[in-house]
Design a protein around this ligand. Structure first.
Ligand code: FES
Length: 252
């Protein structure tokens, strides 16, 4: 399958976002996955051509990171965290239950059944840095917190039936191809859907407030109320402000 001209143009567009165009390789590979469902030989060739590097170099990156798939995944790729904390909190049980329910092994796609609206693939994944919500699973890289074997089965059944499912800390789940386009840096307008941080992640902030603890002044970021003078500082300040306002909303 060849790369469509619109996809090729968008790959070029991504490469032009960076002073060193090869820095665009990771989002470019996500765009290839968005267009083709997986990293294809044609996608690797296009990336190499645009970035003026070898196909072996592109392939080396695509095979190093597990988020890049060399064979098709389902419309919804379900990752169950089986790292230590999630495992002892039930992640292993969830993974086993889903393997049985979907009749698949690790990194496999379940057969579509007559009447299904979507296909599901399953993978066990390492720590998602969401241990405060263990056991956690992800669907197309959106979090589903505090899962149980029963809730996990319900999620995949709803997805197969075409029912809307919402991430616990994000937007309504979108398909693999749609999610991959966002990872390539194309905004789907859903970034502000759902809470950005849940109560468990904000406990430290709450305790600090109750005890009037403050962070030491930093030359780089200035005080919490300082006007950010760099783009990065503005992003960090905006994230903090949003988390703090959500804490206030919860407290009121
Ligand atoms: S161990 Fe599962 S999110 Fe950290």
């Amino acid at each position: 399958m060849s790369i469509e001209s619109q996809t090729y143009d968008e790959l070029v567009e991504i490469s032009q976002r960076y002073p060193e165009k090869r820095s665009g390789l990771l989002p470019m590979l996500h765009l290839v996955q968005s267009a083709s469902g997986q990293v294809t030989a044609e996608g690797i060739k296009a990336c190499a051509e645009i970035l003026e590097i070898s196909e072996a170099e592109v392939s080396g990156v695509a095979t190093f990171y597990t988020m890049y798939k060399r064979r098709p995944v389902g419309d919804y790729h379900v990752g169950v965290c089986t790292n230590t904390l999630c495992a002892v909190m039930g992640g292993d049980l969830i993974f086993e239950r889903l393997k049985d329910h979907l009749d698949v092994g690790n990194d496999e796609t379940a057969d579509g059944r007559p009447g299904d609206s979507a296909t599901i693939s399953l993978e066990h994944i390492e720590c998602n840095a969401a241990c405060d919500y263990a056991p956690v699973m992800m669907v197309n890289w959106e979090f589903l917190d505090n899962q149980t074997p029963e809730s996990a089965v319900s999620v995949v059944d709803d997805l197969r039936a075409g029912k809307p499912v919402h991430s616990t800390r994000g937007p309504k789940l979108v398909t693999w191809k749609e999610a991959e386009r966002v990872l390539a840096g194309f905004n789907d307008g859903l970034a502000d859907e759902g809470p950005s941080a849940g109560p468990a992640s904000l406990v430290g902030l709450k305790i600090a407030r109750e005890n009037s603890w403050t962070a030491p002044a930093s030359n780089a970021a200035g005080t919490a109320t300082a006007v950010a003078d760099t783009k990065q500082a503005a992003v960090e300040q905006a994230d903090t402000s949003r988390a703090e306002s959500e804490t206030l909303a919860e407290e009121s």
